[in-house]
Design a protein around this ligand. Structure first.
Ligand code: GCU
Length: 439
């Protein structure tokens, strides 16, 4: 495949940006740009759009009105102005292939399966690999967690039987990625974020997919990834109101859910979707659109995720659109420095999940992601949950550090930095136990 010079230059620039941002990712406090506000007294005054008033001014007073009309209106606004519309239907030829089955995994506690999704049925076309680890217990089907990962499925656990990803990777230090390819050394390198054995011991299956399989995370004008499969005649990139990478990643999660509906080990009605950071933005958008996801978990998702855009705290719309021009749709750029003109704000993304349980997590040292703005999104989504008789956060104030609060909308801010920790997982597992009771 010949790559045009413009694309190469662009990709090089993006690689440098990504490297700088990966440093930022490691220690956001040090890297917060000077022009970003992290002073609560400087948060501007703003008025949020009201999820309970329809476009034509009619108040929404029942769950029926919400589900029949208002939900669709808000979903459409997010598609049009923020994440983009995903195409209808599936690409022609999409097929699922079981690549590998290992009956004796985690010392016999689990079985492992790798499922390849050929998006257009062609081996050399775009594809994603689902790693599925299922507890060996009598009572099947089991509920499951699914989450996209940053470095390849082989990074969640150091077991050589997991296929090493051959997909394009963002640069990483310490020899984990060389020339955009994962190395053997990277096996298990993100196991700290994936307590696989604990999840299995608690009776849940765990599925994961490398997000770059669906759309590689760099701005190449949408030449790779799944978008081209849907181009109309003569189309070369998504239209300004069509999907970007977050839209594509969340679409991939729904395709995994399609597969679970056919897998007898998995209870597809009990799937929790989890994501960290950009992948937390993705899990929220996946859960907002696809109501088959039973629980939605946002770990430190920040700007364009759980944090309210109008607060302009930490990362702002302009900044995210500049650093990552491919994540949202092009129309989202209209709101760079004009957040008040947005027809939605992120509390309505949480509201789209109602009445399903949603967990929003922040970290105390992650000011870039605006922990308070993440809490407030949950808070302002509560009226929609109330329509369904569901309790939300059960607190008007952001709770103290390490004190989770809430029922159907649950929130915590934990000690530490931008990351996924055992503390986070302990809360998510308890949350799932409560809302997805097992047989
Ligand atoms: C950057 C970006 C955030 C994003 C994060 C990540 O910090 O500014 O919006 O959440 O990367 O995904 O790691």
């Amino acid at each position: 495949m010949k790559i045009p010079q413009k694309t190469l230059t662009r990709s090089l620039l993006n690689t440098c940006t990504l490297f700088l941002l990966s440093l930022l990712h490691v220690n956001p406090l040090f890297a917060i740009p000077k022009d970003a506000n992290i002073d609560e007294t400087k948060v501007p005054k703003f008025t949020l759009p009201n999820p309970l008033v329809m476009g034509d001014g009619t108040p929404v007073t029942s769950s029926h009105q919400w589900s029949a009309r208002r939900r669709g209106e808000i979903l459409d606004l997010f598609r049009e102005h923020v994440y983009g519309h995903a195409p209808d239907g599936l690409p022609k030829g999409l097929t699922y292939q079981v690549l590998k089955t290992v009956p004796d995994f985690l010392n016999g506690k689990a079985s492992m399966k790798e499922i390849r999704v050929l998006f257009n049925g062609k081996k050399d076309g775009p594809k994603m690999d689902i790693l599925l680890i299922v507890p060996q217990i009598k009572y099947k089907p089991v509920p499951a967690f699914i989450g996209l990962n940053f470095g390849g499925n082989h990074t969640i656990l150091a077991d050589p039987r997991i296929t090493l990803s051959r997909s394009w990777m963002r640069p990483k230090k310490d020899g984990l990625v060389v020339d955009h390819q994962a190395t053997e050394k990277s096996r298990g390198s993100s196991s700290g974020r994936w307590p696989v054995e604990t999840i299995i011991d608690r009776g849940y299956a765990l599925a994961t997919i490398y997000y770059g399989d669906i759309d590689p995370d760099f701005d190449d004008d949408f030449k790779n990834g799944i978008q081209p499969l849907f181009y109309r005649d003569g189309q070369t990139k998504p239209a300004p109101n069509e999907w970007g990478s977050i839209g594509a990643w969340s679409w991939g999660l729904s395709r995994a859910l399609d597969y679970f509906e056919t897998d007898q080990d998995i209870d597809a009605k009990k799937i929790a979707v989890i994501g960290h950071s950009r992948l937390g933005k993705t899990s929220l958008w996946a859960g907002a659109q696809d109501q088959r996801f039973a629980i939605i978990i946002s770990n430190d998702s920040g700007c364009g995720g759980a944090a309210l855009s109008r607060r302009r705290f930490g990362e702002k719309v302009k900044r995210i659109n500049t650093s990552f021009p491919h994540w949202f749709n092009d129309r989202f750029n209209d709101y760079n420095d004009y957040e008040n003109a947005l027809p939605v704000d992120q509390h309505e993304l949480i509201a789209l999940i109602a009445p399903r349980p949603v967990y929003i997590a922040s970290a105390a040292e992650d000011q870039w992601a605006d922990p308070k703005g993440e809490f407030l999104s949950g808070k302002y989504a509560e009226p929609v949950y109330s329509l369904f008789g569901k309790k939300g956060l059960e607190s008007d104030q952001q709770p103290p550090i390490d004190h989770p609060t809430g029922d159907f909308i649950r929130y915590h801010i934990r000690t530490g930095k931008h990351d996924v920790t055992d503390f986070d997982w302990a809360q998510y597992l308890d949350f799932a136990d409560r809302h997805l009771p097992k047989k």
